[in-house]
Design a protein around this ligand. Structure first.
Ligand code: HEM
Ligand code: HEM
Length: 189
């Protein structure tokens, strides 16, 4: 890294949030079939992490803010085309495609966790949605299908997310995974 100016991009909260989210997601995924209370705990932890991140997206440091990286569909599509042509511009924070992925991941995870809580409510009459217990068997099937659907969609997004990170790292000649650990990136050219 000698002779290269490095700048702080990802603040500690973003980095701790990211790797905690990745770990709790893996844990929730692996315990899904268990009918264990542990699974619910991991799901709630994910919701709590996202809650903190949503606030930080409004109040946080420059590159953590939604206003820095959430772009409209036209900008995102144009950027995806640039990626396909290997001429996408490098961004210090999230690029427009990465920003869209952040939004998609957060929404899909929220939907997964909420349908999980719904399922918990219908199945066992516990948790925040305990009153759903009265809905009966059909509702249980519905929540189960929905919860599984969103969980599968989330893991699909994670694979695309990691593929996108690797592709962007390759196209811009930098290690984005390391940047999410150290918080530092090469300064703008
Ligand atoms: C080993 C697997 C993973 C790697 C290597 C990885 C890597 C990264 C990197 C490099 C970024 C920054 C992207 C950029 O430079 O614009 C990022 C952001 C992000 N990733 Fe991952 N990720 C992984 C797993 C996950 C998982 C499992 C989730 C969610 C379930 C996730 C959710 C996110 C979110 C929400 C952000 C935005 C961070 C923020 O601004 O707060 N990642 N990831
Ligand atoms: C975003 C976080 C979550 C992920 C990734 C996730 C993932 C999964 C997966 C993959 C399954 C197995 C689905 C199947 O049968 O194939 C499952 C089942 C289930 N989840 Fe979640 N879940 C999450 C959050 C939650 C939360 C917050 C709750 C409740 C508080 C919950 C409650 C349940 C219940 C009750 C089952 C059914 C277990 C059974 O009866 O076999 N989940 N989840």
């Amino acid at each position: 890294m000698q002779g290269m100016t490095m700048v702080r991009v990802w603040d500690p909260l973003v980095r701790v949030f990211h790797w905690s989210l990745a770990l709790t997601f893996a844990a929730a995924w692996l315990t899904g079939e268990d009918e264990s209370a542990l699974h619910d705990v991991f799901g709630y932890a994910i919701l709590a992490l996202i809650g903190v991140r949503l606030i930080w997206g409004l109040l946080g440091t420059r590159y953590a803010r939604f206003s820095d990286f959430v772009r409209g569909p036209a900008t995102v599509l144009a950027y995806l085309q640039d990626i396909a042509r290997s001429r996408a511009q490098r961004h210090l924070g999230h690029n427009p495609a990465g920003g869209a992925m952040v939004v998609a991941l957060l929404l899909s995870l929220i939907a997964t966790a909420l349908t999980g809580m719904g399922l918990e409510g219908v199945q066992s009459g516990t948790g925040l949605f305990a009153n759903l217990h009265d809905l009966g068997h059909d509702a249980e099937e519905w929540f189960e299908e929905l919860h599984e659907l969103f969980a599968n969609f989330s893991i699909f997004l994670v694979f695309v997310h990691v593929a996108g990170v690797l592709l962007a790292s390759f196209q811009h000649g930098e290690n984005l995974v390391r940047a999410m650990i150290t918080g530092r990136k090469r300064a703008a050219d």
